[in-house]
Write a protein that binds this ligand. Structure first.
Ligand SMILES: NC(=O)c1ccc[n+]([C@@H]2O[C@H](COP(=O)([O-])OP(=O)(O)OC[C@H]3O[C@@H](n4cnc5c(N)ncnc54)[C@H](OP(=O)(O)O)[C@@H]3O)[C@@H](O)[C@H]2O)c1
Length: 245
C-alpha cells in the first residue's frame, strides 16, 4: 500500500558526513488541517491502516523528530511497532530547549530499545533523575545553538549535527510549531499527509503554526506526487517544488 516510494532518498555514503539529511514532514490531520482538538486530544485522528503506514515510514528513516510540546502532551514512544520489528529502530530526536522531558516519560523508558536524542540549549544541563535514567539506556544530550531571532534550537545546526553522526533522513512528526519552523526555514523536502474525513474547526490545533507568509508568492510550494485512499483516510505525498535548486 503506497502512494509513493516509501524509501527515503539516502545520501551516498561519501556524502553523508556533509549533506544535510533528507527531511520528511508527516501530518495526520482532519480534513481542515487540524492535528488535535482544542483540549489537545489527538489519538486517534486517522485510522488503523494509516497508522500502520506511519510505522513503515518511521522504519524507512534514520531518525524521527518531535517538539517538546508533543513529547510532553502525548508522552509518545515513537518506536516502530511492526511485526516483524525492523532490524534497527530509528533514533528519536526531541527539540527540548529547556530539557523539560522527564525520566518517567515513555521516551526515556524505551531508551534501551531506541536511541533518544535531546537537542537543547547549551546553557541547560540534564537533571539528576534524567542523567541516572540515561544510564539504563541510550540517551544522548545534544547542546545545540539557539535559533537567532526565532524559537528554540537552530534547525540547520541540528541537521548539521545529524549529518555528522550519519543520520541521513529525518521524519518530523510534529507538532504544529515544529512543522512551521521546518517549513519557514525551507527544510522540508517531502510531506506525507494522512487526512481523516472529520472536521475539527478553527478551535482545533493547526497542523502547521505561523508561517509568516506575507504574500502568496512567498508561500512554501509543493507538488503532489501521489495520492491514494487508505481505509477511510486519504494519503497524499508532496515534494518540495524547488528541491535541489
Ligand atoms: N495528529 C498528530 O499526528 C499529531 C502529531 C504531533 C503532535 N500533535 C499534537 O500537537 C500538539 C503539540 O504541538 P505544539 O505545536 O504545541 O508543539 P510542538 O511543535 O510539538 O513543540 C513545540 C516546542 O518545541 C520546542 N522547540 C525547540 N526548538 C524549536 C524550533 N526550532 N521550532 C519550534 N519549536 C521548537 C519549543 O519549546 P521549548 O523551547 O520549551 O523546548 C516549542 O514550544 C499536541 O496537542 C499533540 O497532541 C498531533
Amino acid at each position: 500500500m503506497t502512494p509513493a516510494d516509501n524509501d527515503s532518498p539516502r545520501d551516498a555514503p561519501e556524502d553523508r558526513r556533509t549533506a544535510p539529511p533528507h527531511v520528511t514532514l508527516k501530518l495526520a490531520t482532519s480534513m481542515d488541517g487540524r492535528i488535535a482538538t482544542a483540549s489537545g486530544e489527538s489519538r486517534w485522528i486517522t485510522g488503523e491502516a494509516a497508522r500502520l503506514e506511519v510505522h513503515r515510514l518511521r522504519a524507512s528513516h534514520d531518525a524521527v523528530l518531535v517538539g517538546s510540546g508533543t513529547a510532553l502532551a502525548d508522552d509518545p514512544e515513537l518506536t516502530v511497532r511492526l511485526d516483524p520489528p525492523p532490524a534497527r529502530q530509528p533514533a528519536r530526536i526531541v527539540l527540548d530547549t529547556r530539557l523539560r522531558l522527564q525520566a518517567a516519560s515513555r521516551l526515556f523508558r524505551t531508551a534501551d530499545a531506541a536511541r533518544l536524542i535531546l537537542a537543547h540549549d547549551p546553557s541547560c544541563a540534564p537533571r539528576f533523575a534524567e542523567a541516572s535514567a540515561a544510564a539504563e539506556g541510550d540517551v544522548v544530550w545534544w547542546p545545540t545553538p539557539l535559533a537567532r531571532g526565532g524559537r528554540g534550537v537552530d534547525l540547520r545546526a541540528l541537521l548539521a549535527l545529524c549529518a555528522q553522526l550519519g543520520i541521513g533522513s529525518v521524519m518530523v512528526e510534529g507538532g504544529g510549531e515544529v512543522a512551521a519552523s521546518f517549513l519557514r526555514a525551507g527544510l522540508v523536502d517531502r510531506i506525507e499527509w494522512f487526512r481523516a474525513p472529520i472536521l475539527l474547526g478553527a478551535e482545533g490545533r493547526p497542523a502547521i503554526g505561523d508561517l509568516q507568509v506575507a504574500a502568496l508568492a512567498d508561500a512554501p510550494g509543493f507538488t503532489r506526487t501521489a495520492e491514494c485512499r487508505i481505509g477511510a483516510d486519504l494519503w497524499e505525498t508532496y515534494m518540495r517544488l524547488n528541491a535541489g535548486a
